[in-house]
Design a protein around this ligand. Structure first.
Ligand code: UTP
Length: 325
């Protein structure tokens, strides 16, 4: 089955890290966000991916082709006009009567997809949230979806649509997207996938929901760090580092050098990073970063960044250099 993966966005909420890397290539728990997603998709039997790229798209293409041996089609979205527009661009590459799976490239999930892909009708992944105002939400009768609303101003439902969509037949989705685009129907300034799905429901298409309890957002520094923590849960470091205390769970790349340090819990150390005389916990340290004589907590340090000094909580991008005296 084909999966559509939109990853064209700029990732503004994750700046400065996304100035030099697309969001989906940021490392969380030892591999890029999109690596976690691809592994789950391939396990579930997805054998072809249509990836919508835009901002720093070449880096994503290169990484995917290097690491996965499935058929990829890359579609370029030059203007970020919304998810519905991104998916609509894939029309030439899908077959009308085939089912489709759509997943946002920044949504790491823990769900058994096998039954979802065999459900026989369209179904959307949902999760109960306290504040649904920044999501598309589903109103159901307990079984079928009655209505979808994008970013509701009034609390109509707390079942948020979390970025996993199974469509039983591609043709009805694309008919709805065609209508949306032809009539320039936007909500909050963008072509919304939620609106296209709502037209399908109004046209009589059966939609149900499936629960996504393991849903790990990576869109902001604090959610990237909490996702890092959750995904590391069972990671144990087996290597011994001289003069170090390793408080599992951690991920330390094999090529990293770690000396006289206390690492963890919940810490990811990237390839060829050099960590000396340092205490780090709840943090993500990028590839080839150099960190010394400092205590870091809840921090994200970009690739090739250099930091030395005292106790800090920081969020610095690639190639930054900080000396705290
Ligand atoms: P987001 O809006 O959450 O991601 O879109 P973003 O735009 O990258 O991040 P911010 O808001 O600037 O911080 C969810 C997913 O949909 C893709 C994004 O790349 C992201 O993976 N998307 C969104 C597109 O591919 N095209 C669009 O027009 C909109």
């Amino acid at each position: 089955m084909k999966a559509i993966i939109p990853v064209a966005g700029v990732g503004t909420r994750l700046r400065p890290h996304t100035f030099s890397h697309p969001k989906v290539l940021l490392n969380v728990a030892g591999k890029p966000i999109i690596g976690h997603i691809m592994d789950k998709l391939i396990d579930a039997g997805i054998d072809e991916a249509i990836v919508i790229v835009g901002y720093l798209g070449n880096m994503i293409e290169e990484w995917l082709v290097k690491h996965y041996n499935i058929k990829f089609t890359f579609v370029t979205q030059t203007e970020i006009l919304g998810l519905a527009h991104a998916v609509w661009m894939c029309k030439p590459y899908v077959i009308d009567d085939e089912p489709l799976f759509i997943i946002l490239g920044d949504t790491i999930f823990d769900v058994d997809l096998q039954p979802v892909l065999k459900s026989g009708h369209s179904t959307l992944g949902v999760k109960e949230v306290e504040d649904p105002r920044r999501f598309g939400v589903a109103v159901t009768d307990g079984n079928e979806i009655l209505k979808l609303v994008e970013k509701p101003d009034t609390p109509i439902s707390n079942l948020a649509i979390v970025g996993l969509y199974f469509l039983q037949q591609a043709s009805s989705l694309f008919a709805s997207l065609d209508y949306l685009i032809a009539n320039k129907i936007k909500t909050k300034g963008e072509y919304q996938l939620t609106d296209a799905l709502q037209f399908m429901i109004e046209g009589g298409e059966k939609f149900t929901t499936f629960p996504v309890n393991g849903w790990y957002d990576c869109g902001k520094p604090e959610t990237l760090l909490s996702t890092n923590e959750i995904l590391l849960k069972n990671n144990v470091s087996i290597k011994v580092y001289p003069g170090c205390i390793i408080n599992d769970p951690v991920f330390i790349a094999d090529s990293a050098i770690v000396e006289n340090a206390i690492i963890g819990p919940y810490t990811t150390i990237g390839e060829q990073a050099v960590i000396t005389n340092t205490i780090i916990r709840n943090s993500i340290i990028g590839n080839e970063a150099r960190v010394g004589n400092i205590m870091l907590d809840n921090s994200i340090v970009g690739n090739n960044a250099f930091i030395t000094g005292s106790s800090q909580e920081i969020n610095i991008g690639d190639y930054s250099e900080i000396r705290v005296r």
